[in-house]
Design a protein around this ligand. Structure first.
Ligand code: CDP
Ligand code: CDP
Length: 238
């Protein structure tokens, strides 16, 4: 069967990482979490005290930074990680999953020159197909020709509650109201920014998983993928 490029986009906590990883496992595809790249760069900027609106400094930082995503170690996986993230060869898997880093990531993600660097890396990583990539602009900018595009959504309250549970399990003392506020603020910035805003691609399938589990959602997407694989094989063999 031909191997597809699958783009999954959607707001914070919609289930992109969990669902994309499961879909990739079921199809034997690679999985790439583009948000982890923005988070890793944000962690570096915070650590160095680079202002999150200093465009030229952030662009230079992006160019000199090496971010690597690998399959999670059993230890990280047990803690809920969908991948291991290395920033300049240092394991930052845990450090990038804080609300502070999420906010910083969404701020530096508004900088066009930062996006150029990360998008080019994402395109290189996915060039061979057989990949499930998730983020905000995968179906619109990174892989506009992806054979299957999903826009994954869920109600803001359910998304915030999912995130809040994760924070609680890690021992972070954020209230549900604080997490809801953070998620709403980040969604607004992601949807309203000038460069590559979060928007459903015209040809993306809208999947609302407010009332669906990860497995059920992944199976639905795998079904759509199998259909696309068959269609492509038919065209190829015609
Ligand atoms: O990547 P994204 O921010 O879109 O979401 P995620 O990190 O995959 O999911 C956020 C949390 O929601 C995780 O703890 C998932 O286990 C959970 N989740 C869920 O309970 N039901 C779903 N249908 C999807 C995700
Ligand atoms: O896991 P969650 O959905 O909360 O966020 P994420 O996917 O880890 O992304 C963190 C932030 O990076 C987002 O709020 C976006 O501002 C930015 N991002 C982006 O601009 N484009 C992407 N393709 C992925 C993430």
């Amino acid at each position: 069967m031909p191997k597809l490029t699958i783009a999954i986009d959607g707001p914070a906590g919609s289930g992109k990482s969990s669902v994309a990883r499961r879909v990739a496992t079921m199809l034997g595809y690679l999985y790439l979490d583009s948000g982890a790249m923005y988070r890793a760069l944000a962690l570096k900027a915070l650590g160095r005290g680079v202002p999150l609106d200093d465009e030229s400094h952030l662009a230079a930082l992006a160019r000199e930074t090496r971010i690597e995503l690998r399959a999670p170690t059993p230890e990280h996986e047990a803690a809920g990680a969908k991948n291991c993230v290395f920033l300049d060869a240092k394991d930052v898997t845990k450090e990038i999953r804080t609300a502070e880093v999420a906010r910083a990531a969404s701020q530096l993600a508004t900088v066009a020159k930062v996006r150029e660097v990360l998008v080019a890396e994402q395109q290189r990583a996915g060039a061979g197909g057989g990949i499930v990539m998730e983020g905000r602009d995968i179906g619109t900018v990174v892989f506009p020709l992806a054979e299957l595009k999903i826009f994954l959504d869920a109600s803001p309250e359910v998304r915030a509650e999912r995130r809040w549970k994760e924070h609680r399990e890690k021992g972070d003392n954020l209230t549900l109201a604080e997490v809801l506020e953070e998620v709403k603020e980040r969604d607004k910035r992601d949807r309203e920014r000038k460069v590559s805003p979060l928007v459903r691609a015209a040809d993306a399938v809208l999947v609302d998983n407010t009332a669906m589990g990860i497995e059920e959602t992944a199976r639905l997407i795998v079904m759509l993928a199998r259909e696309r694989e068959r269609e492509m094989a038919e065209v190829r063999d015609a």
